[in-house]
Design a protein around this ligand. Structure first.
Ligand SMILES: Cc1cc2nc3c(=O)[nH]c(=O)nc-3n(C[C@H](O)[C@H](O)[C@H](O)COP(=O)(O)O)c2cc1C
Length: 352
C-alpha cells in the first residue's frame, strides 16, 4: 500500500529546500501530514514544572511564524518550539540560504531570522488558545515553547528581549532566548556572562510572572566559557539551557559539495560536539537547571544516551527534515527498545 507520509517526504526531498519547507509547513498546518499514536506512558517526562507526553521536541526554526503549531503537536512531538520570532518583520538573508548535505545527513543554513515579526506571530497563535479561569489553555497536551530573537538592524537586546517576553508569556509554556544563531551579526556576543546577567535581570525585573525561561547556546564557545555562562543563568533566575544551536565548524569528514557554504551546520556532523558540550555542562550543572539537548540526534539510542548524560529533554530538526513525521514513530520505538535493554521502566524513573 502507498504510504502517503513516506511518499510525500520522498517528493519533498527532491524539491528546492525552501519550496519543500513551505509545502511541508502548509500541509502540516492543514492537517494533511497525518497524526501520531498516543504515547506509551513510559515515555512521559517531567521538566520545568511541566509534563511532556514524550521527551522528543521539535527544535526552533522549523515553524518560525507559528503557522503549524497544532498540526506539529498532532504528529507526535512531545513538545514544539516555535520561532525564532523577531520584534519587527524581516526577510532574512538572500536566497539560496538553505542547503541539504545529503551524503553527510546534514544541513547548512544562513536563513538570518526570516520572521513575520511579533505582531503577526501573536495573531497566528491567538486562535489556538482559549481563556479559562486559570489563564490561557493551549492547543494540546504537548507543551509549547516560543523562541525569541532580535532584528538584524536597530536592535537593543536589553529592551527587545523583555518586550518579546511580555508579548508571548501568556501563550508559552516556556520561553527560549536565542543567543546563538550564527547568522545575526553580534548575537552570539550576548552569551558573554556579564551581558547575559544584565539581560536576564532586565527580563526578570520586567516580567517576574514569566513562564520558565531557557537560554539557547552555541556549540562553538571555548570549553571554559560554559561554566561562567551556567553560573550567570542560575544567578539570573532562568530555568534551563538548550545545548546546542548549529555550528560554524566544518568537520573534515564532510563530503557534500555544499560543505563550504556559509552558515550554521546541523545534523549528524554536529552530534559529537553537541554531546561534548552536554557532558561538560551536565557535570557542572549537578541537576540545577533543566538541560535540553539538540544537535545530530538520529536514533532512540542517541536519545537515551543524551538523557543518561543529564539531558531532561531532547530536540530534533535535521532528522525530521530528512525522514518526515515517520521519524517520530521510529525514534519512540527505538527509545522504548533501548530503555527495556537497559532495564529502565520509565523516563521519570531515570530522571529521579
Ligand atoms: C534550517 C534551519 C533553521 C533553523 N532556525 C533556527 C532558529 O530560527 N532558531 C533557533 O534557535 N535555532 C534554529 N535552528 C537550529 C535548530 O533549532 C537546532 O538547534 C539545530 O539544527 C541542531 O539540531 P539538529 O542537528 O537536530 O538539526 C535552525 C536549524 C535549521 C537546520
Amino acid at each position: 500500500m502507498l504510504d502517503i507520509g513516506k511518499t510525500a517526504t520522498w517528493l519533498l526531498r527532491r524539491l528546492n529546500p525552501e519550496t519543500a519547507h513551505e509545502l511541508a509547513i502548509h500541509s502540516i498546518a492543514h492537517g494533511l501530514a497525518g497524526r501520531g499514536k498516543p504515547d506509551h506512558s513510559a515515555l512521559r517526562t517531567e521538566a520545568l514544572g511541566l509534563s511532556f507526553p514524550n521527551p522528543i521536541g521539535l527544535a526552533a526554526g522549523f515553524d518560525k511564524n507559528a503557522r503549524a503549531v497544532r498540526g506539529l503537536t498532532k504528529l507526535g512531538f512531545g513538545f514544539v518550539e516555535t520561532g525564532t520570532v523577531t520584534p519587527r518583520p524581516q526577510p532574512g538573508n538572500p536566497r539560496p540560504r538553505l542547503f541539504r548535505l545529503v551524503e553527510d545527513r546534514a544541513i547548512i543554513n544562513r536563513m538570518g531570522f526570516n520572521s513575520c515579526g511579533i505582531d503577526k506571530f501573536c495573531q497566528n497563535l491567538a486562535p489556538l488558545f482559549r481563556p479559562n479561569r486559570h489563564g490561557q489553555v493551549g492547543p494540546t497536551d504537548a507543551p509549547l515553547g516560543i523562541n525569541l530573537g532580535i532584528n538584524k538592524t536597530g536592535a537593543d537586546p536589553l529592551v527587545d528581549y523583555p518586550a518579546l517576553v511580555g508579548r508571548t508569556k501568556s501563550y508559552a509554556d516556556y520561553l527560549t532566548i536565542n543567543l546563538s544563531s550564527p547568522n545575526t551579526p553580534g548575537l552570539r556576543d550576548l552569551q558573554a556572562a556579564d551581558m547575559l546577567a544584565r539581560l536576564l535581570e532586565a527580563i526578570q525585573t520586567a516580567h517576574p510572572d514569566r513562564p520558565p525561561l531557557l537560554v539557547k547556546l552555541a556549540p562553538d564557545l571555548e570549553d571554559e566559557a560554559y561554566a561562567p555562562i551556567l553560573q550567570a543563568v542560575i544567578d539570573g533566575g532562568a530555568d534551563g539551557l538548550i545545548l546546542t544551536n548549529t555550528t560554524l565548524a566544518r568537520p573534515t569528514s564532510l563530503k557534500d559539495p555544499h560543505r563550504d557554504e556559509t552558515g550554521g551546520l546541523s545534523g549528524a556532523p554536529l552530534a559529537d560536539r553537541a554531546r561534548h558540550v552536554l557532558q561538560l555542562v551536565s557535570e557542572l550543572n549537578k541537576g540545577r537547571l533543566c538541560l535540553v539537548s539538540s544537535g545530530g540526534i538520529e536514533t532512540g539510542r542517541d536519545i537515551l544516551e543524551r538523557l543518561k548524560m543529564g539531558a531532561n529533554l531532547v530536540q530534533i530538526y535535521t532528522a525530521f527534515i530528512y525522514e518526515g513525521p515517520a521519524v517520530l514513530t521510529r525514534l519512540k520505538q527505538e527509545l522504548l527498545h533501548e530503555m527495556s535493554r537497559s532495564g529502565i521502566r520509565s523516563l521519570t524513573a531515570l530522571q529521579r
